[in-house]
Design a protein around this ligand. Structure first.
Ligand SMILES: Nc1nc2c(ncn2[C@@H]2O[C@H](COP(=O)(O)OP(=O)(O)O)[C@@H](O)[C@H]2O)c(=O)[nH]1
Ligand SMILES: [Mg+2]
Length: 347
């Protein structure tokens, strides 16, 4: 059955009829409909779903890890969706490709910058592809957790490549770079200073920068942008192993010029990382960092929902506001209140 790219709004209702074993069996078998429901399950905020979701993810964890995890970021309009459509469609001829979206705008405004899947029309029609839009109405931290779990589910379902698309605004790119093996930043040539069109922070986490839309009259501008970015990156990130800093390439997602070269670079780099063992080390580090970030989330949730803290917070806040109590004393007091009787709250 090909329920592939379609997000099924009714899945959550049907979900109750699927047991833990149904989920595990279906995902293992690569059943798209069950995979879609399993992702809906991990996205669900309902307590009974969360318990089941944890069990399902736990059971499938040993089957995960088999995909190449690629993150793609860039400002809205840089051509991310077009790029993924073009590259993904080629890859899907031989491999199974899943695309997951992380869109911070959908959690803040309810809208979506990343939004429409229509630009991935070709990929959506590939039987080997699965496209999943961003979960809406969630905090960025929530989206990160769900995206991580969705990656694991896709891997357990046998996908060879998982591409995570995110918008290069806000913090989502940092979150995504913490869950992928290779982080690609797509940019476009601007009027003058290339570094203005792209945030410095994002360049620091990029494994490869690609200037897109190098087509038609734009070719020479794109090439100039490439040179400018390359010299900036050489200064920023040049090292003994990589004297030129993070590599910068050009391509056109529209005409598909340069796409093979870009993908070849990604593949070669991933091969090197896998062979040297660095890929595994990176994933281990990511897991440990993720564990600590989850510890923080759980602790903050427990603290903020603690009865004494809830009761005292308004007074303490007012005192801090009025300057009658220092922020750090107040913080210590609130934490002490919590620690006297820490109520562990499942988050
Ligand atoms: N000329 C040209 N236009 C492109 C290219 N890639 C994307 N576009 C166009 O740029 C616009 C934004 O593309 P989209 O993929 O939605 O960008 P995203 O917001 O980064 O996902 C669309 O109108 C695309 O057709 C390209 O390589 N060359
Ligand atoms: Mg897009």
């Amino acid at each position: 059955m090909l329920l592939t790219h379609r997000y099924d709004p009714f899945a959550e209702d049907c979900m109750v009829s699927l047991t833990h074993d149904d989920f595990v069996r279906g995902v293992r078998a690569g059943d798209r409909a069950v995979l879609a429901r399993a992702i809906t399950l991990v996205e669900s905020e309902r307590p009974e779903h969360r318990t089941l979701a944890q069990k399902v993810v736990g059971s499938l964890l040993p089957l995960s890890g088999g995909a190449q995890r690629i993150g793609i970021s860039g400002v809205p309009g840089a051509g991310k969706s077009t790029w993924i459509d073009a590259v993904g469609s080629r890859l899907a001829k031989q491999q199974r490709v899943a695309v997951l979206a992380v869109d911070p705008s959908s959690s803040v405004t309810g809208g979506s910058i990343l939004g429409d899947k229509t630009r991935m029309g070709r990929l959506a029609n590939e039987p080997n592809a699965y496209i999943r839009p961003s979960p809406t109405g969630q905090t960025l931290g929530g989206v990160a957790k769900k995206t991580r779990e969705a990656i694991l589910l896709c891997e357990a379902a046998g996908f060879d490549i998982v591409i995570v698309e995110t918008v290069g605004v806000g913090q989502s790119e940092t979150l995504v770079s913490g869950m992928v093996d290779f982080f690609l930043v797509l940019t476009i040539s601007g009027a003058g200073d290339e570094l203005q069109g792209i945030k410095r922070g994002i360049l620091e986490i990029a494994d490869l920068v690609v200037v897109n839309k190098a087509d038609g009259e734009n070719v020479s501008r794109a090439e100039r942008a490439q040179r400018d970015l390359q010299s900036a990156l050489r200064l920023m990130r040049g090292s003994r192993e990589n004297p030129n800093g993070t590599p910068v390439m050009t391509c056109s997602a529209r005409t598909e010029a340069g796409l093979d070269e870009v993908w070849l670079h990604v593949e070669q780099r991933l091969d090197e990382l896998a062979t040297s063992g660095q890929l595994e080390t990176n994933r281990q580090d990511q897991n440990v960092r993720w564990m600590w970030s989850q510890v923080e989330t759980h602790l903050m949730h427990a603290l903020r929902t603690h009865p004494t803290v809830i009761q005292r917070a308004p007074t303490v806040e007012a005192e801090v506001r009025a300057g009658t109590r220092s922020a750090s004393t107040a913080a210590t007091e609130l934490v002490d209140d919590f620690l006297q009787e820490p109520i562990s709250t499942e988050h």
